[in-house]
Structures are given as C-alpha cells and as structure tokens.
Ligand binder design. Sequence first.
Ligand SMILES: [Zn+2]
Length: 355
Amino acid sequence: MEERPKLALIDADFLVYRVGFSCKDETEQIAKARLTEMLTDMVYIELKCEDYEAFITGKTNFRFGIATTHPYKGNRKDTEKPPHYEALRHHLQRLEAKMSDNQEADDDVAIASTKYIGWIVHVDKDLDQLPGWHYNPVKKEEYFVTEEEGLRSFYTQLLTGDRVDNIIGLHGIGPVKAKKLLAKATTEQDMYQAVTKAYDLAGEPPERVLENGQLLWLSRHEDSAGSLLMKRSSFNDGEWTAAKFRSFVTGALRTATRRWPPKYKALKEALVGRQVNKKTGKQAMHYRCAACSEEFVSNDVQVDHTSPAVDPAKGFVSWDVYVDRLFCEASNLQVLCLPCHKTKTAAEKLLRKKK
Ligand SMILES: [Zn+2]
C-alpha cells in the first residue's frame, strides 16, 4: 500500500461533544485548552501528519428538505448539547476549522477526500463509504477502505438505515442480513439492484430508496451530480420532492428545444421537397427518416437527439451536462418518422431501466 498520508481531514463535530462532556466541571479556558491538545495530539503525534483540514457542521442542511417520510435527525430534537458547546465551536474555528454551509461536516470531509490524499478522521460509520485511509480517534484504529468496500458500506446503510440520523431502513434488516443480501454483488449496479429488490419485497416504493440514498450519500464534489437538487432544502414549500422538481424543470427545458435553431437545420437537411401527400392527395413538404429512409410530412416526423439528452447508461448527471446535451448542435440531431422514433426511445428506456 502507498505511503502514509501526511494530511488529516477531520470531521471535527465529535471533538466538541467529547471535550465538552469531559470538561463539564471545568472552566471554558480549560475546555478550550483540552480541545487544542486533543486535536494536535491526534494530528501530529498519533497520525504523524504535517497538516490538517477540519470541518464542523453549520446550522443549515439540505437533508432536512429531502427527508419527507421520517424527519431527518427527528429523534435528535432533545439531544443534549455538551457544556461549553458554542465556545468550543468558536475555538475550533480559531483553529482554522471550516464551518460547513447547508451540508454536514462529513460532506466537506468527503469532498476534501476526493481532492487530497489524507486520513479521514471520524467516529461516524457514515464516512466508511469513502475509499481511502481512515482513522477512528476514539478507538485509535487505523484502517483502509477500498472503492468496493466503500460502496458496500453505503448500500448496507441503505438497507439497515441509520438510527443516529433517524434514517429508517428496511424493517428487520440489520447488518448481518444486509451483508447476506449484498454478498453476491460486486459492482455498484449489482448492489443497487439488490437494494431496490429488497425494498420492493418489503413493499417499499422506489422513491424511498432515492430518499434514503440522498440522505446517506455524502457529497463528493462541490458542484456534483444534482448539486441543486441535493442542496436545496425545499421545492414548492416542501410539497414537491427533488425528483418531481427535476422532471418539472427538464420538461420546461424540453419545451424550449422547439425553438432551438439547430432543430430547423436538422429538418432542412432531411428535407426531400414538395410532393404529393399520399394520405390527402395534396402537395406538402416531405422529410426523410434517418432510420427507415421513407419520406413523411412534417407532422409525421420528430427531430431526435442521436445521443439522448440523458445518457441511458449514466442517467441524469448534472444540469450542466443536461443542458449541454439537450441544446446540442445539428450534427447530433436527426429526423425520424414517428414509428422509428418510438422504437428508439423504447430501447433507450429499457436500457435506463436495466441500470
Ligand atoms: Zn422511419
């Protein structure tokens, strides 16, 4: 294995709790000193690192808007804050910890872990979905998570849920049963299929897989996949899910493609000329279908994206990618007759479903 990383990426929320509760009979000054000591011991002595990046969770969190069936952290309402809570958080910021904005400290740790090679320092199972070097500062345990183990950990949590954050998994499925359900799966596709199947058998709708997945999956990039969908906390005052909002916006954008000039270029290229419409006996413009090469009137053809706006193999990636592919140049557009268009979209749909 590679050389030990020299940087520590710390989910620092636990420090506030640990130091706070252990210093309940101490002054604020002593509590702060203990925090500094714990942090520096961990970074420079235990891990022998040269530097660290620490993150603490701010006051807002997109996940509150996503959890519709069970309130996110709904069971934590009465959780006791440790003594010196605000003072210790403030002190951590003086020690250069960054306050997360609309997400949690572990999301920031996840993003940092994709940019730098460093120890992922945490006491929370959630972070085991991240591949790389891990350090549990309470158990003083070092371990390495591979890409596959990281995914397995995420899909296991989808099945079991996460009691700490009030994310409800499947009834009666604990770590042992989850392990069994995922035993044969080696790729992410296999794991995803095993999980959706288990939800289906338990009578849970597929939206619950999506909801729990969004709650459990840690952000990996600042402008990642559905950043807007993931970060925004409410759609239509919470009456809409992120998925409904996405289909609303994609629908509106699709409508706009009717006025997208390259579409007319594609039509012009397929134009055969004016000839008699066999159905009506009248003269009409005819266009050639790129698939069957037959000629049709304008009402019987569709301008089709040769590579669809949403790549059926990848699914929705991001708004940038969607807009780029939807408003593509004429070279990616073709004219198809209605039956040929129907066949092509059905094939794409099937490919998406298989995913
Ligand atoms: Zn055709």
